[in-house]
Design a protein. Structure first.
Length: 432
């Protein structure tokens, strides 16, 4: 009898303990899951970092731009940042950004607290559409730079020119920057001052996007231009670390000289042995080519060389003369002023600014008179057969041929129509 009671008591205690354990486990799991759920909900409510890499939370954002003559100090003082803090930032973070170089019109963003007396937490200065500088005042003053994620899309376009290359692009909402890049690619083959209605082009290029918005033109991967019935191809290829353009035969498109010393100007007078002089009112040889352009337009050296003259002349005004080699020399007349650092003995590169358009000396309007010497004789540059730069190195021919075939096939498939610019489907091409 006593054993039965003892066994019953043990059984009761066992089931009671089991009940307590099960109840504890259930309640613990319930509380843990609820607590975990609350934590997850709290985490999900945390704001994400913004495009500049920090959490804004409940901060108030204001988008502004730098006013004329406004300084970095002026901007921070507007938000009650102390002089000592400004001085600390300028002295300790000049290696991150030179705060003296903020540019009028540049965008910046301020993030303030919602307190009764707002306090500046962050100021973001956008150096350009990609790069920015963050002044972090949320704790101690800190400054760092960053860059937005850039998405690269490859596009292919084709078109026939009815007015001008620039206007064709603008009318069809293509970034005019592509015109500049295309003119640089074919600078040695196409006379962009003589583009005519009916000339056609095709281009495969990269377009840069930030936050889904186009911000500029990247690399041109391949291009085709037909001017007055003559066709030219351009294939982008990296040879020994130098990114250059070559034709379909592997010859460099870069010649010894540019077609013109100024960009997007117009020829008002060509090389002639019998030209009526507008000032002297008599027939006189004009041994140069005049390019009309606004005062201050940069004048570029059309080739690599050494400056042999940089001075003022009674008739030539401010001028620069460059010897390119034992055969060729060029001269640039009537400058408003000669570029800084340009003097006899200085080596210059093709495309380097050597002066600015003016009308000094004997001139009736702002222009640059471009003169071209061959073997000591002034000649018409448009009638000279200019030598090419280095072609594709034989060791790269196999790799070049693969890229060339891909690019040319894509360009040919566009099939230019006799119409304004047509946007073709996006294509995937090898990166240069």
């Amino acid at each position: 009898m006593k054993q039965s009671r003892k066994l019953a008591l043990v059984t009761y205690i066992f089931y009671f303990a089991a009940f307590i354990l099960i109840t504890y486990t259930f309640l613990n799991n319930y509380i843990f899951k609820k607590d975990n759920k609350q934590k997850q909900e709290q985490i999900s409510l945390e704001p994400n970092t913004n495009e500049f890499g920090f959490v804004t939370g409940n901060l108030i954002k204001d988008d502004l731009s730098v006013n004329t003559n406004e300084t970095f100090s002026d901007i921070l003082l507007n938000y009650n940042v102390s002089y000592s803090t400004i001085d600390f930032i300028v002295k300790n973070y000049s290696n991150v950004f030179d705060f003296r170089k903020i540019v009028t019109g540049t965008r910046y963003h301020v993030y303030e607290t919602q307190d009764s007396i707002p306090r500046l937490e962050y100021l973001v200065y956008e150096k350009n559409p990609i790069e920015y500088v963050v002044i972090d005042l949320s704790d101690s003053a800190n400054v760092y730079s960053g860059s937005k994620k850039v998405e690269i899309k490859t596009r292919a376009i084709e078109g026939v020119i009815n007015n001008s290359l620039y206007q064709t692009m603008v009318d069809n909402e293509v970034d005019p920057e592509l015109v500049i890049k295309l003119s640089e690619v074919f600078a040695w083959q196409i006379d962009f001052y003589r583009i005519q209605k009916g000339d056609s082009f095709k281009v495969i290029f990269q377009e840069e996007y930030v936050n889904g918005k186009p911000i500029g033109i990247g690399n041109i991967l391949g291009a085709y231009f037909n001017q007055s019935g003559e066709s030219f191809y351009a294939i982008n290829f990296d040879q020994d670390g130098n990114n250059e353009f070559f034709d379909e035969y592997g010859k460099s498109l870069r010649k010894a000289f540019l077609k013109a010393p100024v960009k997007f100007s117009r020829i008002t007078s060509r090389y002639s042995l019998h030209r009526y002089h507008p000032i002297e009112h008599r027939v006189k040889a004009h041994l140069g080519t005049d390019y009309a352009a606004p005062v201050g337009t940069p004048i570029l050296s059309t080739g690599d060389g050494v400056v042999v003259e940089a001075q003022y002349g009674q008739f030539n005004g401010n001028f620069v003369k460059i010897r390119h080699n034992s055969v060729y020399s060029t001269q640039y007349l009537h400058m408003s002023h000669i570029a800084k650092g340009i003097h006899p003995g200085v080596h210059v590169k093709q495309g380097q600014v050597i002066g600015y358009v003016g009308m000094t000396g004997e001139a009736t309007g702002p222009h640059v008179c471009y003169r071209f010497w061959k073997n000591g004789m002034q000649v018409d540059p448009f009638k000279q057969k200019i030598p090419s730069a280095h072609p594709i190195d034989p060791k790269y021919l196999t790799e070049f041929d693969k890229i060339k075939e891909s690019v040319v096939a894509e360009l040919d498939s566009l099939g230019t129509k006799k119409d304004d610019i047509k946007i073709a489907a996006s294509v995937t091409m090898p990166n240069p």
